[in-house]
Structures are given as structure tokens and as C-alpha cells.
Design a binder for this molecule. Structure first.
Ligand SMILES: NC(=O)c1ccc[n+]([C@@H]2O[C@H](COP(=O)([O-])OP(=O)(O)OC[C@H]3O[C@@H](n4cnc5c(N)ncnc54)[C@H](O)[C@@H]3O)[C@@H](O)[C@H]2O)c1
Length: 263
């Protein structure tokens, strides 16, 4: 049994984490794409700005009365908050078919300059959010024999760029979780994949490249395409992997990296 039937091309229900008004904007772009494809979408974030993100999406896409969009505010590295988020999705839409674990973000600094707090935050944002969301959404997916989980990783795992060791430890955990869950639930119509961007072409990145010419030069050396990924380019792959028809791709880590690392 999947979620309630709505008008639209794909009437399933998705949760997108990290969908607040953050500078990167990937979560909002993914949520927007899934709503455009017809899904019910719950946008979640620790930052209360997620309410504004949901409202703006509703206004822009004209989903009357917000009947296909809802939001949840909470720290998703905490089990109780994730339980409440999933319960909210079920109360609004009946179930969860698609889970996009996008909450995250790095504290990028030399490993020896990290302290206990910055390491814990790095793991909480990127790994614990993903662990708990999978842990609480999967039982619904198992019960209905259908689910698509897409975790947002990072291509720095492959390129090994400087100062990313702690972040890579967290995102490496995400890839490990992806592979393990994909294998464990392969006998059902459940897939689990990771989508790993190198750099997202956000306002934050553009400002840094302008103010730091040396960084911009290094950037061009690392990324053959010479630019960061547009959020829509990432959302496109996330949507592809979320489709019902996309049932044979599982346990994979897809780089969106402008050629930074090639097999
Ligand atoms: N920006 C990049 O260049 C880049 C590169 C590679 C990977 N990524 C990954 O892509 C994803 C999106 O990146 P972005 O740049 O759009 O980030 P962003 O900072 O704009 O958004 C991330 C969101 O996650 C939320 N979040 C963090 N911890 C949370 C928690 N415990 N509970 C709930 N929400 C929490 C934040 O509040 C924020 O709104 C992240 O997973 C990031 O690690 C980003």
C-alpha cells in the first residue's frame, strides 16, 4: 500500500531533510522537483526557516492549501525528533515512500584543528541524521514492500581534497550505511543509493571564488568542468533514483563532480 492518491504524475510521499533556507539550497531544490513530479513532500530541517521554505514552495508551485507540502522542524540527529517527523508524514500523507537524506554540511578544517565539539557536530549533521531517518522510515517501506532511499554524500571521499578528513569520515559512514541497507533489503522493492556532489554552485561558493583567486585556480584544477554543480543537476539524479521504475539500481554511490574523479 502506497500513500494516498493525489492528482499528479507520481502520487507517492517523500521526506527531504535539510530543506530549510540554508545557503546551499540543495534540499529545497530536491523538494521542489519531487513536488513538481506529483509527490507529497515533507520538508524537514533543524532550522525553523524550513517553514518559510515550505510556504515559498507552495506559493511558487501553486499547490492549493499546501495539501501536498508539509514541514517539520527538529534536530534529526536525535531519535525522538526523527520518530516525530515520520509520524507527522504518516499523519499527513499515510506513509513514506521516498527518503532523501540531505541534511548535513561540513566543518571543513585541518583534522588536528578539530575538537570534540566540531567532530561531534560533523558526525551528527551528516551521519546520525541519516542513520536515524533510515531507521525510522524503513519499517514503513518494508511493510509496504516499496521504498527509495537517496543519501547525499560527498565526492571529497574520492578526490581526497585537503581538510576534509572529518567530513569524509561522516560521509564515508553514509556510504557504508547505504551499501549495508541496500544489501539487507534487496529482496524487497527497496533501493538505497548515495548521490555525491563535489561542490555546489551556491552564492556562498561564488563569493569565495571571487574573493580568493588562488582558491578559484585550485578549483579549476580539481574540477575539469571548471564549475560547481547546479542544484537542479543534483535534484535531477535524485528524482531519477526515486522513481518507482528505478528498481534495479541499489547500493551505488553516484558522483556529480564535473569529472573531478574518474574511474
Ligand atoms: N555545498 C557543497 O558544496 C556540498 C558539497 C558536497 C556535499 N554536500 C552535501 O550536500 C547536502 C546539502 O548541502 P548544502 O550546501 O545545500 O547545505 P546547507 O547548509 O545549505 O543545508 C544543509 C541543511 O541541513 C540542515 N541540518 C544540519 N544538521 C541538521 C540536523 N541535525 N537536523 C536537521 N537538519 C540539519 C541545516 O540546518 C541546513 O539547512 C549536505 O549533506 C552536504 O554535506 C554539499
Amino acid at each position: 500500500m502506497s500513500s494516498q492518491v493525489n492528482s499528479g504524475k507520481d502520487a507517492r510521499t517523500a521526506i527531504v531533510t535539510g530543506a530549510g533556507m540554508g545557503a546551499g539550497g540543495l534540499g529545497r531544490s530536491i523538494a521542489s522537483r519531487l513536488v513538481e513530479e506529483g509527490m507529497n513532500v515533507l520538508l524537514a530541517d533543524a532550522d525553523p526557516s524550513v517553514e518559510q521554505a515550505a510556504r515559498e514552495l507552495n506559493e511558487r508551485l501553486g499547490v492549493s492549501g499546501g495539501e501536498r507540502i508539509t514541514h517539520f522542524t527538529g534536530d534529526l540527529s536525535q531519535e525522538n525528533a526523527v520518530q516525530a517527523m515520520v509520524a507527522h508524514a504518516v499523519a499527513c500523507f499515510g506513509t513514506v515512500d521516498v527518503l532523501v537524506n540531505n541534511a548535513g554540511g561540513g566543518i571543513i578544517r585541518p583534522f588536528l584543528e578539530h575538537d570534540a565539539e566540531s567532530l561531534q557536530i560533523t558526525l551528527a549533521r551528516n551521519l546520525w541524521t541519516t542513520i536515524w531517518c533510515c531507521h525510522k522510515a524503513l519499517p514503513l517501506m518494508v511493510a509496504q514492500n516499496h521504498g527509495r532511499i537517496i543519501n547525499i554524500g560527498a565526492d571529497s571521499l574520492r578526490t581526497g581534497i585537503p581538510n576534509h578528513a572529518a567530513y569524509n569520515a561522516a560521509k564515508g559512514g553514509v556510504v557504508g550505511l547505504t551499501v549495508g541497507l541496500a544489501r539487507d533489503w534487496a529482496h524487497l522493492d527497496i533501493t538505497v543509493n548515495t548521490v555525491s556532489p563535489c561542490a555546489i554552485n551556491s552564492g556562498r561558493l561564488r563569493a569565495r571564488l571571487e574573493s580568493e583567486p588562488a582558491l578559484a585556480k585550485a578549483f579549476l584544477n580539481v574540477i575539469p568542468k571548471g564549475r560547481g554543480a547546479e542544484v537542479e543537476e543534483i535534484s535531477d539524479l535524485v528524482y531519477f533514483l526515486s522513481r518507482k521504475e528505478c528498481s534495479f539500481i541499489t547500493g551505488q554511490d553516484f558522483s556529480i563532480n564535473g569529472g573531478s574523479a574518474m574511474p
